[in-house]
Design a protein around this ligand. Structure first.
Ligand SMILES: [Zn+2]
Length: 619
């Protein structure tokens, strides 16, 4: 349907305005400043009628000149907001204002930004400055800024593709499993209708070599037929293969939240370095990651977006990782509603609120089962925290070091919040990309748990900026820390110990029994972390070196970012509408099968744990 025609016909006074698509949004460029400033009831009416977002902008040639606009903005924004950077995106008639205190820069009920709009005609976008400062985050922002004109054209083409082709009747809808079934790793599903080919996640596996690391794209898969990729969250087992698709010619959109876009780029950059170190080559380069960033279309939770002519997408909080999302696919105008959980945490954590369950419609559900086995019952968070603190006390009393392998994103920040809460006195070193990921957490406090959000925004107490944490910035600093005789805590990547700085600490402290190694996250089969967790006394490091493991090894399950079996079942039990069918994925074979059986028995729902390459028809 041509929505632009409807908008144009509704506003005869905009006869000379440019109106076009920008993704699933309709944008009006006008020189009529009164129309821009006073958006009337009629716009609301049209939005209600066509169910599309409409944004009104002033034509770039009628905006206040940038030097004058900067002066004006600095006059208007209170000093206490601490403006750090102002830059313009003329293609979007937008000015991005980076500040330390967005609340102040936005003003009560938005009065400050409204004044900026009125006096400069630019649309102000206030962003929290990324702290602690991270070169990775700065590089991502630069890439976005530099590609502004490209993005404008790209979004316009996407909109035309979605709305200007007459869709065929949606006679079928199916999902094909391309990876992540009866295994943890390489999550990837293809959602197909007569009008759409959409990938849900596209990850790689860690701890596996050869072809089995990657999703299974059969010979007849045509990259040009792919309309969109929807990414649930940044972890590599969901996002690790995406830059490769851009490398081999994919030119379509990637839908994800803003934090997911940035965290995914960070983890992918890290994995390139790891791959190069291990095998001397990598699957893709940083220029492929940049391409991915340029093609990403960020969505907020609850925002309704047409991603193809017969699929609408809504993200909701998944509680698993900053920006992690449950995807709600509304297919063929509500004929079918498919919910894909990605990874979920359905209980409180220090970092995030529990996963969303109040979906208005849900006929089919695809759910993860990482900890879906009958014995996967995690202790309460509070008990896990207390155990963590007591392990730290015992170890430091005997003069030992505490090593915590952690993913750069998620567990690292959860631990930082806990250590801040319990006022831990020992020095705490943070090594690897955890610091950069923390910077992204500070940038998007609205995605954090409500209490933590209030602390950062209202009380200006940001745990990620606390002096308690010492960033290990380079090799030299690490050498000094390794020589330190006194007890300390180190949180370092990688989370499953298959590389990263954690190995340097393990090499030094692994043979001595007064030290302790604490696992707080999932250890996949085949990884070094998994071997140590199972009790191996001698291990082989990635470089072939043998190492004696005498230090104490502990596992804390209560800090996981995944739901345990009870929480997964509770999630289904608390869904507003009981699904008609459930597919159980993202779990080792026995766990996926066991959870599937339990769901069938408890809820009396048709349930199945598919194998890779199986297809399921919903319509
Ligand atoms: Zn995950």
């Amino acid at each position: 349907m041509d929505y632009i025609k409807i908008v144009r016909e509704s506003f005869p006074e905009l006869s000379d305005a440019r109106i076009h698509y920008e993704g699933s949004k309709i944008v009006i460029y006008t020189r009529n400043k009164n129309f821009f400033l006073v958006q009337d009831e009629k716009i609301k009416e049209i939005v209600e009628k066509i169910k599309k977002r409409i944004e009104i902008r002033i034509e770039p040639d009628s905006l206040l000149q940038t030097d004058l606009a900067i002066k004006k903005i600095k006059e208007i924004i209170p000093k206490e907001a601490e403006v750090s950077e102002i830059y313009f995106e003329p293609d979007f008639s937008r000015v991005i204002i980076e500040v330390r205190h967005p609340q102040i820069a936005i003003g009560e009920r938005g009065e400050v930004v409204r004044r900026i709009k009125k006096e400069t005609f630019w649309i102000p976008l206030v962003q929290r400055v990324a702290t602690p400062k991270s070169p990775y985050v700065e590089a991502i922002r630069k890439t976005l800024f530099k590609s502004s004109s490209f993005r404008k054209r790209f979004l316009n083409n996407i909109g035309k593709k979605i709305y200007l082709t007459e869709p065929k009747e949606t006679k079928y809808a199916r999902v094909i499993a391309l990876g992540g079934c009866r295994e943890v790793g390489r999550s990837c599903f293809l959602l197909q209708t007569p009008n759409s080919n959409v990938l849900l996640d596209c990850g790689i596996s860690t701890g596996v070599t050869g072809e089995d690391q990657y999703p299974i794209f059969l010979q007849d898969f045509d990259i040009d037929s792919l309309d969109a990729i929807v990414l649930s969250h940044a972890h590599l087992d969901h996002a690790g293969f995406i830059p490769y698709l851009y490398k081999i010619g994919y030119k379509g959109p990637l839908y994800c939240t803003e934090p997911t876009r940035e965290l995914a780029a960070l983890l992918q950059t890290d994995t390139i370095q790891l791959m190069q170190k291990e095998t001397g080559k990598s699957l893709y380069t940083s220029s492929d990651i940049k391409k991915m960033i340029k093609y990403a279309i960020p969505l907020k939770y609850k925002e309704v977006t047409d991603i193809t002519s017969d699929i609408r997408l809504i993200f909701e909080n998944a509680g698993h990782l900053l920006g992690s999302a449950i995807s709600h696919f509304n297919i063929a105008n509500g004929k079918e509603n498919l919910i894909y959980t990605g990874d979920i945490k359905y209980s409180v954590s220090n970092l995030l609120d529990p996963a969303f369950t109040q979906f208005l419609r849900c006929e089919s559900l695809i759910i993860e089962s990482t900890y879906g086995g009958p014995n996967d019952l995690t202790p309460r968070l509070e008990d896990a925290e207390k155990e963590l603190i007591s392990i730290i006390e015992e170890t430091s009393k005997r003069g030992g070091k505490i090593l915590i392998p952690s993913f750069a994103v998620g567990r690292g920040q959860e631990l930082m919040v806990i250590f801040e809460k319990y006022n831990i006195e020992l020095p705490i070193y943070i090594d690897g990309m955890i610091f950069d990921a923390s910077s992204i957490h500070s940038t998007y406090p609205k995605y954090l748990a409500y209490n933590l959000q209030r602390k950062i925004i209202d009380e200006n107490k940001n745990p990620f900026e606390s002096d308690r944490f010492i960033h290990v910035a380079n090799y030299k600093e690490r050498e000094d820390i390794l020589e330190d005789e006194n007890p300390y805590i180190v949180i370092a990547t990688s989370g499953m110990m298959n590389g990263g700085p954690i190995l340097e600490y393990l090499k030094k402290f692994g043979p001595d029994k007064k030290n302790t190694l604490i696992f707080v996250g999932y250890q996949a089969h085949g990884t070094l972390g998994n071997k140590i967790q199972q009790g191996y006394k001698e291990i082989e490091l990635p470089n072939g070196e043998k190492l004696q493991i005498n230090l104490e090894v502990r596992t804390l399950n209560g800090l996981s970012g995944h739901s345990d079996r009870k929480q997964l079942l509770n999630f289904i039990g608390h869904l507003k509408e009981k699904p008609k069918r459930v597919l159980v994925v993202h779990g080792e074979e026995s766990k996926a099968l066991s959870l599937s059986g339990a769901i069938q028995k408890i809820f009396n729902i048709e349930c199945y744990a598919p194998m890779n390459l199986e297809a399921f028809r919903f319509i």
